[in-house]
Design a protein around this ligand. Structure first.
Ligand code: AKG
Ligand code: FE2
Length: 277
């Protein structure tokens, strides 16, 4: 082992110590890192003073990167998306969500790097979809397994907030055309571990397709609450230079919006995934 893995709790989250992402990773280190990611679902690496190019190169080891349709990016490294409260001040991530579930192939994962953090506040939480599924009663597991849900980007990115200049409106409409609502299984099986996970994303999930709308609404409400109980979550207090790498296939996350007017700057590389099954 070239690094150590320190779990933060039984359900989700581990700190990786002894890795410097400025250095190339060997194939075996990469493999061990992937194993740690599958086991713990979100990994935290402190003190990573890497450039946007190094950040993108690291994330690319896990798959091809996505260029976000709405958020700004680093001009010389467009795969690196910028979340800077001084520039866009969007608050859409203060809501439980799984990234890009409005795509037929939602993100496999992401590597989020803290560039500038507030003195306090601005934590991020992740919740384990596998722990949440395991924590349901067997009859409810059986009911959910086999159902599907509709996901749509406009739930988190509504026209009313993202179309208020002619350019923004044009961009939103182009995004609308390119991204019609999509259907995903409500219970997803991790392609490597085979574990089942509750696959809901409050930011983008509209309804459970097979149910009547009032049934869907009530059941989704229950599932959103169930899936984000503290025993399924980890909460990270950022320092500048921290990198979080998460498996987006089986987790949700939530960026706490409690630190303004302090500035917070995050860079994210998003790894493309496959069709959830
Ligand atoms: O700003 C954060 O801590 C997380 C934001 C987020 O939801 C993301 O990067 O996908
Ligand atoms: Fe996110």
């Amino acid at each position: 082992m070239t690094f150590t893995v320190r779990p933060l709790n039984p359900a989700i989250g581990a700190v990786i110590e002894g890795l410097d992402l400025r250095q190339p990773l060997s194939a075996s280190t990469q493999q061990q890192l992937e194993q740690a990611l599958f086991n713990h679902q979100v990994l935290f690496l402190r003190g990573q003073a890497i450039s946007p190019a190094q950040h993108a190169r690291f994330a690319q080891r896990f798959g091809e990167l996505h260029v976000h349709p709405i958020y700004p990016n680093v001009p010389e490294q467009p795969e690196i998306l910028i979340l800077d409260t001084a520039v866009t001040d969007v608050r859409d991530n203060a809501l439980w969500h799984t990234d890009l579930t409005f795509l037929p192939t939602p993100a496999l994962g992401a590597a989020l790097l803290a560039r500038q953090v507030p003195a306090y506040g601005g934590d991020t939480l992740w919740a384990s979809g596998t722990a949440a599924f395991d924590g349901l009663s067997a009859p409810l597991q059986r009911l959910l397994d086999g159902l599907s849900a509709t996901h749509d980007f406009s739930k988190s990115f509504p026209l009313a907030r993202f179309g208020n200049t002619p350019e923004a409106l044009e961009r939103w409409q182009a995004t609308r055309r390119r991204h019609p609502p999509v259907s995903h299984p409500l219970v997803r099986t991790h392609p490597v571990t085979g574990r089942k996970a509750l696959f809901i994303s409050e930011g983008f999930t509209l309804a459970i397709n097979e149910l009547q709308s009032h049934e869907s609404e009530a059941l989704l409400k229950l599932l959103y609450q169930h899936a984000t109980q503290p025993q399924y979550c980890v909460r990270w207090q950022w320092q500048a230079g921290d990198l979080a790498l998460w498996d987006n296939r089986v987790t949700q996350h939530y960026a706490v919006d409690d630190y303004r007017p302090q500035r917070r700057v995050m860079h994210r590389a998003t790894i493309l995934g496959d069709v959830p099954v």
